[in-house]
Every structure is written in structure tokens, then in C-alpha cells.
Design a protein around this ligand. Structure first.
Ligand SMILES: CC(C)=CCC/C(C)=C/CC/C(C)=C/CC/C(C)=C/COP(=O)(O)OP(=O)(O)O
Ligand SMILES: O=P(O)(O)OC[C@@H](O)CO
Ligand SMILES: [Mg+2]
Length: 256
């Protein structure tokens, strides 16, 4: 089964996933990456996301090779632009930045990426990418030259996600931005959740087990953790535990 079908299947069952985000730019020491990879494989992590708004190093393929050599988990490209295509990954979030009005990130980069992707075996996951305001200006907001959706404009976000679904996008990623001051609120997640039936990915500023649990309870199908693990990789143990507990409880209730 491909990743998207598996994600849809999990969504139907109410099963949650967790992705670890690796920013290749922040990998200066392969032994630190190695530690995180091992933690991920011991702690029921489902995916590695790899990418960044700005990649100044040439180590994308090396990072992916290192992950694939050491653990049998899917590696999904989370690209900031069409230069971040690496055929050795398993899939790519084919992001369209639908919260913004920058044509380059709605369709421009995609036109350049399409013929390159056609010649790879990467699974394409058409994804509506939505930035939600989180306090300070994030790298993605700055680089994309777009205004994030205000964090209290629930129906703006819900209608944006709804339009993404109607356009045929296959999942929605709500992002407060890497290292966000404030993670996306449960009320915002729940509003978008009610508006669509697609798998919903939530990321940005999730740096504690409580924040992870809140996102899951509000309707996230998948949570993405990056910055928190750059600061303290061991935080993965407690955060992934929340996802594990959720799925165990679900398995328990479905057996009754
Ligand atoms: C279609 C293809 C192949 C590319 C375009 C993809 C689009 C539309 C991207 C949207 C805009 C963008 C710059 C997204 C980047 C998302 C990302 C990988 C964020 C990770 O966090 P960083 O922004 O790197 O955070 P730090 O500042 O903490 O490094
Ligand atoms: O780095 P953090 O804050 O965990 O955010 C993850 C991801 O959603 C960023 O695009
Ligand atoms: Mg980055």
C-alpha cells in the first residue's frame, strides 16, 4: 500500500501518526542524526520528513541515505522549493501554499518540478499547505512572502482547507511554522477538521507531550516534530508515547 492510501486508511480508523522533521541544514554532525534515527525506530515513529525553507548545504541526499541505511521507515520530502527533489526518498509532499497568494508557490514551482518528478519513483502526495499565524514571523512566511492566516480566523482556515479538498488535494497540512512561538490551537485544528474529510497534518511549535496530545484530540491525523528534537532529541520518547497510547486505546475500544 502506498503512503497516501495508508494515511487515508488510518484516518478512517482514527489511528494517529507521528513524523520527525529533519532539516538537512541543521545536520552538521551525523552522529547526532544517528541518535535521533535510532530513537525514532525504537519509539514507533511513522515517517521522516526531510526539508527546509532554505537549504544552504548540499547534504540532502547524504541525510536521506543515512536515514535509509539505518532504519526502515518512509522518508518523505517536505520541500521548500523545486530544488529539493531527491529521488532516493520514498515520497514527496507536493505542497501548494493555499493560505497564501503567491502564484509561484501555488503552481509555479510545481510546473518546474513536474517533469523531474515524472522521472522518479517518488510517490506524489498532493498537499494543501496552510500557514497559521503563530506570533513571530517564521522562515516559511518570510521566504514564501505570504501572510499566514490569523490564528483566530477559524472560518477563513476552514474554507481554505475546504477549497483545497474541492480542488482535489489529498491532504491538508496546517503549519504554525518551524519553531513557532505558539502551536496551532485545538479550536483551529477542530474547525479545519470539521470542514474536510482528508487526512490532516499538524506541525509547528509542538514541543511537549501536552501540546502533542491536544493536537491529536482536536483532530490531527499526524503531528510533525522538528525544532523540539533539534534542542532535545529525548523529547521524542514522551511525545511519541502520546501517539502510541492513543493508538493502543483505540485498539482496545475496537476489540470491545
Ligand atoms: C512543488 C515543490 C517541489 C516545491 C514547492 C513547495 C512549496 C509550495 C513550499 C511552500 C513554502 C515553503 C518555503 C515551505 C517550506 C516548508 C518547510 C520545509 C519548513 C521547515 O521549517 P523551516 O522553515 O526550514 O524552519 P527553520 O527556520 O526552523 O529552519
Ligand atoms: O520544527 P517544529 O516547530 O516542530 O515544526 C515542524 C514543522 O511543521 C515545520 O514546518
Ligand atoms: Mg529549516
Amino acid at each position: 500500500m502506498n503512503l497516501l492510501s495508508a494515511l487515508r486508511e488510518k484516518h478512517k480508523l482514527g489511528k494517529k501518526s507521528i513524523a520527525v522533521l529533519i532539516d538537512p541544514d541543521k545536520v552538521d554532525d551525523l552522529s547526532k542524526l544517528h541518535y535521533l534515527i535510532n530513537l525514532a525506530s525504537e519509539n514507533c515513529v511513522d515517517y521522516f520528513f526531510v526539508g527546509g525553507s532554505l537549504i544552504t548545504t548540499a547534504n540532502l541526499s547524504e541525510v536521506i541515505k543515512h536515514i535509509k541505511k539505518n532504519v526502515n521507515l518512509p522518508v518523505v520530502l517536505f520541500p521548500g522549493n523545486s530544488m529539493q527533489i531527491e529521488p532516493s526518498a520514498d515520497a514527496i509532499l507536493f505542497l501548494s501554499l493555499i493560505s497564501g497568494r503567491n502564484p509561484e508557490l501555488l503552481i509555479g514551482q510545481h510546473v518546474m518540478a513536474a517533469p523531474i518528478l515524472k522521472n522518479t519513483r517518488l510517490e506524489i502526495i498532493p498537499t494543501g499547505y496552510m500557514l497559521i499565524n503563530s506570533g513571530k514571523i517564521t522562515s516559511v512566511a518570510y521566504i514564501s512572502n505570504t501572510i499566514p492566516i490569523p490564528e483566530d480566523k477559524y472560518s477563513l482556515a476552514a474554507c481554505t482547507a475546504m477549497a483545497g479538498e474541492m480542488l482535489g488535494l489529498q491532504c491538508i497540512y496546517l503549519d504554525a511554522g518551524s519553531g513557532a512561538e505558539r502551536e496551532i490551537s485545538p479550536k483551529m485544528i477542530a474547525s479545519v477538521r470539521r470542514a474536510i474529510s482528508l487526512p490532516l497534518i499538524i506541525g509547528g511549535g509542538i514541543n511537549s507531550p501536552i501540546k502533542a496530545m491536544n493536537a491529536l484530540e482536536a483532530g490531527a491525523d499526524m503531528i510533525v516534530i522538528g525544532n523540539a528534537l533539534e534542542k532535545d532529541p529525548d523529547m521524542l520518547i514522551e511525545i511519541s508515547d502520546k501517539v502510541y497510547e492513543w493508538n493502543q486505546r483505540l485498539a482496545g475500544t475496537s476489540r470491545q
